[in-house]
Design a protein around this ligand. Structure first.
Ligand SMILES: [Zn+2]
Length: 360
């Protein structure tokens, strides 16, 4: 009984990890949230939703790993791209599908933060493209051996597990149509794995510290570092005239990965995000949204998680056990991805570490 419970727990933990590691998260989110949307053009891998004149937001339902959602800002001469995709193949697929909405070349790419699902398409761009990041992003990619640390480490370790699971599912599947679908998923997963093995983390070739403004013809594009939070160096992209904010993973429409978080500063940075004059927020994962109240809801999620973890830590509970025991289901109406008790373990380990740092 106990062993089988543990097995179920392990499976659940893997499923949870998988969901947070490399699945296109827009998929789950898109199904759970009803929302008004603009016209959509669908390519082979990416769908492009028109948000404003020349501004598009991508989601993907492809079995290929695609990482964070992009915002694409098309000017008269060139394109400004938010994030570069999770692999070179994903980046190339994006450029290919982008031909459906523009024939202009990419001139600027901003990396909203250093995580692989936003930066590992960087290597496909030539020196004529300015890849911009807050200065921490360059430091992280250049100096922190990102292929051997989280969040990439777990994503890579899960690849063979996922390939084996798909192979087993295919062997057990009696329905031929479903088997064909699973075989497509397996082929995509094996291709992702090959991409992961050959990644060349490429740091930004332009950095800034607190603010940078780009003029794309008449359009003003601001890159803002509002403070640490989700990581030590997240960029918020702001179009003041269009009142559009690209929030990266500082604010998603689902609980974000927390493995590099500075939790107290995250709350303060979210306050600054709320002070901005925006009509639409385009997150790094999830779907576009308009309500500042969702940011407040995320702040209360973080505060609640910190309080629960602090209490468990005080009782001497380990980080890994705390990750199983926290119960965030009271936030389910704001974040329907929360299916039951527990939280992503790397985020809770980081929270313990952060609490240790703060108590020194
Ligand atoms: Zn991300």
């Amino acid at each position: 009984m106990k062993a089988s419970m543990r097995k179920i727990e392990t499976i659940l933990a893997l499923v949870f990890l998988a969901a947070f590691s490399f699945q296109p998260l827009a998929r789950a989110q898109g199904m759970s949230v009803a929302r008004p949307s603009g016209p959509v053009v669908t390519g082979k891998v990416y769908a492009f939703e028109k948000i404003a004149e020349g501004v598009y937001y991508t989601t993907s339902e492809s079995p290929m790993a695609t990482g964070g959602n992009h915002t694409i800002i098309v000017g008269d001469q060139n394109v400004f791209l938010v994030d570069s995709g999770t692999t070179p193949a994903a980046g190339r697929a994006l450029l290919e599908d982008m031909k459906l909405i523009t024939d202009k070349p990419v001139r600027w790419v901003v990396n909203t933060h250093f995580h692989f699902d936003h930066t590992d398409g960087n290597s496909i761009f030539g020196p004529e493209v300015e890849i911009i990041g807050q200065e921490y992003v360059r430091h992280a990619i250049a100096d922190l051996d990102v292929l051997h640390r989280e969040p990439f480490k777990t994503a890579m370790a899960n690849m063979p597990i996922q390939v084996e699971a798909l192979k087993k599912q295919i062997a057990d599947e009696k329905d031929s149509a479903r088997r064909v679908n699973l075989e497509k998923q397996l082929a995509a997963k094996q291709a992702d794995w090959e991409e992961f093995k050959n990644l060349k983390p490429t740091p930004p070739n332009v950095t800034y510290s607190s603010k940078m403004t780009i003029f794309q013809g008449q359009r003003e594009i601001q890159l803002l570092f509002l403070g640490r939070g989700h990581t030590p160096g997240d960029t918020i992209v702001y179009l003041p005239k269009e009142r559009i904010v690209c929030s990266g993973d500082m604010m998603e429409t689902q609980p974000a990965y927390m493995g590099d978080a500075i939790f107290d500063e995250w709350l303060a940075t979210l306050d600054k995000l709320k002070e901005m004059d925006f009509a639409t927020m385009l997150p790094g994962h999830g779907v576009p949204f308009h309500e500042k109240s969702l940011i407040t809801a995320y702040q209360s999620y973080l505060k609640d998680l910190m309080a629960q973890v602090a209490a468990l830590r005080k009782q001497g509970v380990s980080a890994d056990d705390a990750a199983k025991r926290v119960d965030m289901t009271s936030h389910k109406s704001d974040f329907p991805q929360i299916q039951g008790p527990g939280a992503e373990v790397r985020g809770i380990r980081r929270m313990y570490e952060w609490m240790d740092e703060r108590s020194r």
